[in-house]
Design a protein around this ligand. Structure first.
Ligand code: BDR
Ligand code: CA
Length: 310
């Protein structure tokens, strides 16, 4: 398997951190573009810099939009990821810096420099990618693949508003722009994430066996773990890690269905819902390959490798 070359749009975030460790271990990171989401942009950019220091990365970091495209968000995810987005560990000021070029402009430039080469991995609200699309609607023609962590295709979701998943619910307008513009993409949704968690004791054994990356993750994971325990959620679920597995190795997908998927913007109860046309009644082109199952053993191997727990 040739190593995927990745543009990662992310809002680190604990599961984003694990995904970035996976990307560093198993693929080539071309750049990180940073969104607001789990916590504010100041924190997510700083967290990306902390991660770059950890892995001695050579990739650039581009800060993006501090707010969603249209409406202020109803909520962030600090209760899961910590007030600083990385478990409130209190990391010292990182040495790595962010570039001056804005995320949306970097996405456009890098895909122009390497047309057809780069896999775009969306692990955050889709604000930066939507803005890039509004600046240059030909972006999809230059992207090799798009993998989106987002949505709740059976309407469970993980936000306070009933059917929405966090990344889509935070900026539904941006998701709408992206879902309309890309003719084909892989969708890794929240409900798939819940079906592909790790057993707590096994995950702890990987953390104990791993190297500095595992020790880092053990520290930042505390807040999220406590949140899960408070919400009777057993096992380790890591949405962005799962999407990253699909980005690194598309053959890890063992079951998928391609359907038209749209984003609800106005619903009284359903703003931010990913509306799936399961029965092909809309007449819209089916653009989303909804991942329904992946090879769990290979997912485990990718995560263990990223933690140095071989
Ligand atoms: C998504 O929302 C964020 O909290 C996570 O980082 C992930 O990208 C899961 O719904
Ligand atoms: Ca994320």
């Amino acid at each position: 398997m040739t190593r995927a070359r990745l543009l990662i749009d992310t809002d680190p975030g604990v599961d984003d951190a694990l995904a970035i460790l996976m990307a560093h271990a198993h693929a080539d990171i071309v750049a990180l573009s940073i969104a607001a989401g789990n916590v504010g942009l100041g924190h997510t950019v700083r967290n990306a810099r902390v991660l770059k220091d950890l892995v001695h990365g050579r990739f650039p970091i581009h800060a993006g939009c501090a707010t969603p495209l249209v409406r202020a968000p109803d909520e962030d995810a600090a209760q899961v990821h910590g007030a600083d987005g990385l478990g409130d560990v209190g990391f010292p000021e990182p040495a790595a810096s962010a570039e001056a070029e804005a995320a949306a402009l970097a996405l456009l430039r890098l895909t122009r420099e390497r047309p057809g080469e780069l896999t775009l991995v969306a692990l955050a609200p889709l604000t930066n990618i939507a803005l890039a699309l509004r600046l240059d609607p030909t972006l999809p023609q230059r992207v090799r693949r798009l993998v989106v962590m987002g949505g709740a295709v059976t309407g469970h979701g993980n936000t306070r508003s009933l059917p929405a998943e966090f990344n889509i619910g935070f900026d539904p307008e941006a998701a709408h722009v992206v879902f309309e513009a890309f003719p084909a993409f892989d969708l890794v949704d929240w409900e798939l994430t819940l079906r592909h968690g790790f057993v707590d004791a096994e995950f702890d054994a990987w953390l104990a066996a791993g190297d500095a990356r595992a020790r880092f993750f053990a520290k930042v994971f505390g807040t999220a773990r406590a949140y899960n325990a408070r919400h009777d959620r057993s096992g380790v679920v890591a949405a962005d890690a799962l999407a990253m597995a699909v980005a690194i190795d598309p053959t890890i997908v063992t079951r998928a269905e391609t359907r038209a998927v749209a984003i609800e913007l106005d619903g009284r109860l359903t703003r931010g819902m990913t509306v799936v046309d399961w029965n092909g009644r809309s007449g819209c082109a089916a653009q989303a390959r909804i991942v329904l199952e992946i090879d769990q053993a290979r997912f485990v191997a990718l995560v263990r490798g990223a933690l140095g727990a071989h």
